[in-house]
Design a protein around this ligand. Structure first.
Ligand SMILES: Cc1cc2nc3c(=O)[nH]c(=O)nc-3n(C[C@H](O)[C@H](O)[C@H](O)COP(=O)(O)OP(=O)(O)OC[C@H]3O[C@@H](n4cnc5c(N)ncnc54)[C@H](O)[C@@H]3O)c2cc1C
Length: 405
C-alpha cells in the first residue's frame, strides 16, 4: 500500500514540532524534512544567550538526537535547500534537479535577518546572528577584539550586548529610534533596560541612525548621524524578514508572511505553514499577526499536525516571549495593542516588577521582570479576558494569586 507523504521544508522549531507531533499522534504516513542548514533541528534562543557566552555545547542545542529521527522513520535531509514548489503537481524541487512529490506540504522556513549594505572589503567584520555558524564566527571574533558596535536596540541586540559586555569587551549600541525596544514595548521597559545596560558599562546611543560603514587603521567605523564609532567588528540586529518567497513564487498567498487560517492552512488546501514565516489570525487581538517566538512556532507546529491527521484543532493562543539580559529575565505576554492605561507592580530599582497594559479594564499584555508569578497570572487573565481592579493589581500587599476575587 502506498503511504501518504508529508514533506516539511525548514529544520527549525516549527518543523521539528510538526514532525514530533505527527509522531505522537501516530501518523502513519511518511515524513521527510528538508533543511538548508547542516545541523539537526536546534533551538535558537541560546544563540544570543548561553551559547554565545560559551556556556553550552552545540549538541545541547539540538531538540532531538539523530536516533530520534531514525527510530521514528523521519527522513531528515540536511544541507537540502528547497528551490521551488509546484503546487499543481504537488512537487518540491531541490538542487541537482532532485524532486519529491507530496500529499501534504509544510512550509516552516522561518525568517532571515534584515541586512544592511556593506562593502565586500569589510563584510568579514560585519555579523548577523541567526544560526549556530553565525555564533561560532562571532565567538572567534570576540577572542581577538576589544570593542564592538551593535546596530539595533531590539531584544537580540540587547541580549548580545549583555553577553559581550560580560565577556569584557567594550560595547556600543546604536539605535535609530528615540528609545531602545521602541517597536515592541513601552517607555517604562525601554528606560529600565537603557539604565541596566548603561550601569553595566554599555554605551547606548538612541536617535542615532547609521549612514555607512568604512574601514581605517583603527578598525571599522560606523558612520552615524552623530559622528563615527570605531570598533573591531559590528553586529547587526535590525529585525528579520519572513522567508515567504518560496510560497509566493508558487502562487500561495503571502503578505508580510505566508497567510494561514486558524488551522495553519495556506491558500492551497495541501500546503500548511508554521512558525516565524506565517501571517496568522489571532482571536485575542482580532487581527492577523506575524510572530517571532518559540511559543508560536511550537503551537503552530502542533496545529499543523492536527490538520494533517484530521483532528483539526484551531490555533488559539495569547503570544508570549522571553528575553534574558544580565541578571534579569523578562517575560512578555500579549501585544501592546492600543492600551489605555499602564499599571506597574513592584520596584524597577530592585529589578523585580511587572508592567501591565490595560484596555477597557482588562489586561491585554504584560512585561514581567524577574516576576514569574505575575507572568503566569497575566497569561491566565489575558486568555480569560478577566476584568480587573487596577488598585488591587498595583497593591503589592495583595498576593498576585488573589488579585481577582
Ligand atoms: C538569536 C535568537 C534569539 C532568540 N531568542 C528567543 C527567545 O528568547 N524567546 C523566544 O520565544 N524566541 C526567541 N527567538 C525566536 C525563535 O528562535 C524563533 O521564533 C523560532 O526559531 C522560529 O522557529 P521556525 O521554525 O519558525 O524558524 P527557524 O528556527 O528560523 O527555522 C527555519 C529553518 O528553515 C530553513 N530554511 C529556510 N528556507 C529554506 C528552504 N528554502 N529550504 C530548506 N530549508 C529552509 C532555515 O535554514 C532554518 O533552519 C530567538 C531567535 C534568535 C535568532
Amino acid at each position: 500500500m502506498i503511504k501518504e507523504k508529508t514533506l516539511i521544508i525548514g529544520g527549525g522549531q516549527a518543523a521539528c514540532q510538526t514532525a514530533t507531533s505527527l509522531i505522537s499522534k501516530k501518523y502513519d504516513g511518511e515524513i521527510k524534512i528538508f533543511c538548508s542548514e547542516n545541523y539537526l533541528p536546534y533551538q535558537r534562543p541560546p544563540l544570543s544567550k548561553k551559547f554565545l557566552m560559551g556556556e553550552l555545547d552545540k549538541e545541547r542545542l539540538f531538540f532531538k538526537p539523530e536516533k530520534f529521527y531514525t527510530e521514528n522513520e523521519i527522513s531528515i535531509n540536511l544541507n537540502s535547500y528547497v528551490q521551488r514548489i509546484d503546487i499543481e503537481n504537488k512537487e518540491i524541487f531541490l538542487e541537482n534537479n532532485k524532486k519529491e512529490n507530496y500529499d501534504n506540504l509544510v512550509i516552516a522556513t522561518g525568517t532571515i535577518p534584515r541586512k544592511i549594505d556593506v562593502d565586500k572589503k569589510i563584510s568579514d567584520k560585519v555579523f548577523y546572528l541567526r544560526s549556530i555558524d553565525d555564533v561560532l564566527n562571532i565567538r572567534d571574533k570576540i577572542k581577538e577584539s576589544k570593542k564592538v558596535t551593535i546596530i539595533g536596540g531590539g531584544y537580540i541586540g540587547l541580549e548580545v550586548a549583555a553577553i559581550i559586555n560580560n565577556l569584557g569587551l567594550q560595547v556600543t549600541i546604536v539605535e535609530m529610534a528615540p528609545r531602545i525596544l521602541e517597536r515592541v514595548t513601552s517607555e517604562t521597559i525601554s528606560s529600565f533596560y537603557t539604565k541596566v545596560h548603561r550601569q553595566a558599562g554599555v554605551e547606548v546611543l538612541t536617535n542615532t541612525s547609521v549612514e555607512g560603514l568604512s574601514e581605517n587603521n583603527n578598525g571599522i567605523e560606523v558612520i552615524t548621524s552623530n559622528g563615527g564609532i570605531i570598533s573591531d567588528f559590528v553586529i547587526v540586529g535590525i529585525g528579520v524578514l519572513p522567508c515567504d518567497t518560496l510560497a509566493s513564487e508558487s502562487g500561495i498567498e503571502v503578505k508580510n508572511g505566508i497567510i494561514v487560517d486558524e488551522f495553519c492552512k495556506t491558500s492551497n488546501d495541501s500546503v500548511f505553514s508554521a512558525g516565524d514565516c506565517t501571517m496568522h489570525p489571532n482571536n485575542f487581538y482580532n487581527k492577523n499577526i506575524r510572530l517571532e517566538s518559540v511559543h508560536n512556532a511550537i503551537e503552530q507546529g502542533k496545529t499543523v499536525a492536527t490538520s494533517i491527521t484530521g483532528e483539526k484543532t484551531a490555533y488559539n493562543q495569547v503570544p508570549w516571549f522571553w528575553s534574558d539580559q544580565y541578571e534579569t529575565k523578562l517575560q512578555i505576554v500579549g501585544l501592546l495593542d492600543n492600551y489605555d492605561d499602564i499599571i506597574v507592580r513592584g520596584d524597577t530599582e530592585k529589578q523585580s516588577f511587572a508592567v501591565f497594559y490595560i484596555k477597557d479594564n482588562a489586561i491585554i499584555a504584560s512585561d514581567c521582570v524577574n516576576r514569574p508569578a505575575e507572568h503566569m497570572m497575566s497569561r491566565k487573565l489575558i486568555s480569560g479576558k478577566v476584568l480587573i481592579d487596577k488598585n488591587r493589581l498595583s497593591d503589592e500587599t495583595i498576593p498576585i494569586k488573589e488579585i481577582v476575587n
